[in-house]
Design a protein around this ligand. Sequence first.
Ligand SMILES: N[C@@H](CCC(=O)N[C@@H](CS)C(=O)NCC(=O)O)C(=O)O
Length: 224
Amino acid sequence: MSNIKLYTAKLSPPGRAVELTANLLDIPLDIVPIDLLAGDHRKDEFLKLNPQHTIPVIDDGGVIIRDSHAIIIYLAQKYGKRQALYPDDPITRAKINAALHLDSGVLFSRLRFYFEPILYGGSSEVPQHKIEYMKKGYELLDGALTDDYIVGNEMTLADISCIATVDTMDVFFPMDRSKYPKLVAWMERMSRMPDYDRLNREGSLEFAEICESLRLSNAAKAII
Ligand SMILES: N[C@@H](CCC(=O)N[C@@H](CS)C(=O)NCC(=O)O)C(=O)O
């Protein structure tokens, strides 16, 4: 059987959540790099896989799944050797699903509202209200952390999804460490995952660097 193909970019937080999950579950992936800045995601070939033109997307022997949250649930349910990542119990699952929606609908959305105009719209603005709105995400997650992990004392898909976004946000706009001790301790715990730097941190750093250099070059173009 051939490996699952993952269409992704190292820069993409949702893409990194999929890579972290597959790594934990020992699922080999064939990475198909998608260069967002070159517009690979708007080409016909990719649009056939995902008309919403977002990465990540997987192709598992012809089964196409898009959206990182759907993908990591699929991987855990279909191939999960580690039951604890998405336990088969409706209450725990509901709590994990709630955190996946928090990531998708709040944390990552607020991050993308900041970077998309820079990446795709030629903007050089650093709108303070968007930054404040994004930082409010730290508060929301910190408030939800009552145990070692987002849902109880074992790592679940909720943690993997949120850490890919929160680590990126923290590189873009570092959080006030004294304000969010629970969040800082959770990030430290998550950073002990196998291959964390390679699969998550490096992408966060690279993304922030590229975004800032594009912002500056957009600003220079605006002056000319
Ligand atoms: N909810 C989606 C969000 C995916 C997403 O927005 N990915 C970004 C890259 S980080 C993307 O592909 N953007 C290109 C576009 O929206 O055209 C997921 O979790 O997979």
